[in-house]
Design a binder for this molecule. Structure first.
Ligand code: PGA
Length: 252
C-alpha cells in the first residue's frame, strides 16, 4: 500500500510574510491523516521561516530544486546538503518550467537527483509531454525518454524513496486538466516502465499527478489506481483548496 502524497509547489510566489502566513493557514486547515503525507515547497529563501511555521505540525518541507554538485564554485545554486540542514525532506527536480526556461536536460537533472539522494532528500522527478508531443502521439516516447534519462543513470537503487510526478505541460497553470483516463493511462505506463528496473521499486514508488489539480477534480483523479497523490501549483496557494485536495486524498 502506497501512502498518498499531496505536495504544494508554491513556485516563485509571495514575500516572506505571505509564505509564513500561508504555511500557518495550511497547518490549521489540514486535518492530519495517517494515509496521506502533506508537503509544501516554498521558494528557497522562505524555507527557514516556513519550516519554523510548520514545526511539529506533520506538514513536511520541500524545495523546488537543488544543485548538481555537492558544494563549491556554483554561483546562485543551492546544495542538497544545505536543504537537508533546514529539515527539507523532498526536492522537486526536472520540473517542466526548469526544462523549458532554464534548459535543464536529463543529464543535469540526473546529477541533481544524485545529489539529492546523497544528502538524504527524496527527489520528486517531474516528467510530462507538451501538447505538440501529445497531438503527435509521442506522449509515451517523451515520458520514457525523461524517465530513462534519469533512472538509466541512477538505477532503482539510486532513486531511493524517490517520487515521480506526471505533469502534462499543457495542463500546468492552464486550468486544463488531463481526464482521469488520460492520467491513469500515463501513470500505468510509468509504473510499467519502472518495473523494467525493478518490480518492487515500481510497486513502491509513488506517482503523483500535476497540472491544474483542484478540489473539484481531485477526487476523480486520486481515485485512479496508479495516481498516488498530487503536485499542486495554483491551488496550493489557497490553504482551503489545498486542504480540500488533501481531504480528497484521504477519502481515495
Ligand atoms: P498547477 O501547477 O497546479 O498550477 O497547474 C502544477 C505544477 O506545475 O507543479
Amino acid at each position: 500500500m502506497r501512502t498518498a502524497l499531496i505536495a504544494g509547489n508554491w513556485k516563485m510566489n509571495g514575500l516572506q510574510a505571505d509564505a509564513t502566513s500561508l504555511a500557518r493557514a495550511v497547518v490549521s486547515a489540514i486535518e492530519p491523516q495517517p494515509s496521506v503525507e502533506v508537503l509544501v515547497c516554498p521558494p528557497f529563501v522562505h524555507l527557514a521561516p516556513v519550516g519554523e511555521a510548520l514545526k511539529d505540525s506533520g506538514v513536511r518541507l520541500g524545495a523546488q530544486n537543488c544543485a548538481d554538485v555537492p558544494q563549491g564554485a556554483r554561483t546562485g545554486e543551492i546544495a542538497a546538503d544545505m536543504l537537508a540542514d533546514l529539515q527539507v525532506q523532498y526536492v522537486i527536480l526536472g520540473h517542466s518550467e526548469r526544462r523549458e526556461f532554464y534548459a535543464e536536460d536529463n543529464r543535469l537533472i540526473a546529477s541533481r537527483c544524485e545529489q539529492a539522494v546523497a544528502a538524504g532528500l527524496r527527489p520528486i522527478l517531474c516528467v510530462g509531454e507538451t501538447l505538440e508531443a501529445r497531438d503527435a502521439g509521442q506522449t509515451e516516447a517523451v515520458i520514457a525518454e525523461q524517465l530513462d534519462g534519469v533512472l538509466g543513470i541512477l538505477g532503482a537503487e539510486g532513486f531511493v524513496d524517490g517520487v515521480i510526478a506526471y505533469e502534462p505541460v499543457w495542463a500546468i497553470g492552464t486550468g486544463r486538466t488531463a481526464t482521469t483516463e488520460q492520467a491513469q493511462a500515463v501513470h500505468a505506463f510509468i509504473r510499467n516502465r519502472l518495473a523494467a528496473y525493478d518490480a518492487d521499486f515500481a510497486e513502491r514508488t509513488r506517482i503523483l499527478y500535476g497540472g491544474s489539480m483542484k478540489p473539484d477534480n481531485a477526487v476523480a483523479l486520486l481515485a485512479q489506481p496508479d495516481v498516488d497523490g498530487g503536485l499542486i501549483g495554483g491551488a496550493s496557494l489557497k490553504a482551503e483548496d489545498f486542504a480540500a485536495i488533501h481531504a480528497a486524498a484521504a477519502r481515495g
